[in-house]
Write a protein that binds this ligand. Sequence first.
Ligand SMILES: [Zn+2]
Length: 266
Amino acid sequence: MQVSSAHADVIVVRSAIWQTTCTLVHRRREGDERPGECFVIDSPVLPDEHEFLPALLEQTGWSVSGLLCTHGDWDHLLGRLAFPGVTLGCAETTAARLRAEPGRAQGALREFDEEHYVERDRPLSLGHLQALDLPAHVGIGDAELDLLPTEGHTADGMAVWIPWARVLVCGDYLSPVEIPMLSETGNRDAYLATLERLRPYVEQADLVVPGHGARMDGQQALAVLREDVEYLEALPDPGATLPLARRTAAQKAVHEENLDRLGTRA
Ligand SMILES: [Zn+2]
């Protein structure tokens, strides 16, 4: 696991598994020296990483007022294993997806744990979800987070823009380690539309935190965005070129999966 400070109010934790990121964002009220509010966006995956998060917050003096998730894939939903009892906020699309698939995240987590012999102290309970109609602003200290709808990787989700820190937490888009992974319904155009929605934020970002992989500065993220658009626009051509830095066996398998999802193969 890696911990890095992205800004005085932003800490990024990167899981040892899949480089899944978790972003802590904090904001005080001006003139008030007491710690302000803190949101935890997404989650790391391993039990010791969940144990570490409250200890990390204790060090910083921040206390958690809420959890947010960028989308409903199980590896991003584990915040309550670190902070039981804290409410999880998500896009209305994510809430609808989780309601439509009760127990799916828990089942996937159990499967992962069985495969990797991982033991946990408690089962995952998502509790009462706070569904947010997007786009939306969420108050934090004396500021606001901007929540933007995303779709294409999954049919649900959101990105979080932290205006005063110029940090974009974008969920499973713009990853330096993964090529675009299309949703089960293979909606390439929705994915491209999401990238265009994110583009103006990426252009003014100091840092972009992808759902998987190391954080990037705005220039690096723009390069990934350009490569992703190029790759997606070449689909459904099976010979679409994968971005040079992401041409691994695992990403070639993702490309095959994308072709299946586009339904263009016999
Ligand atoms: Zn993911």
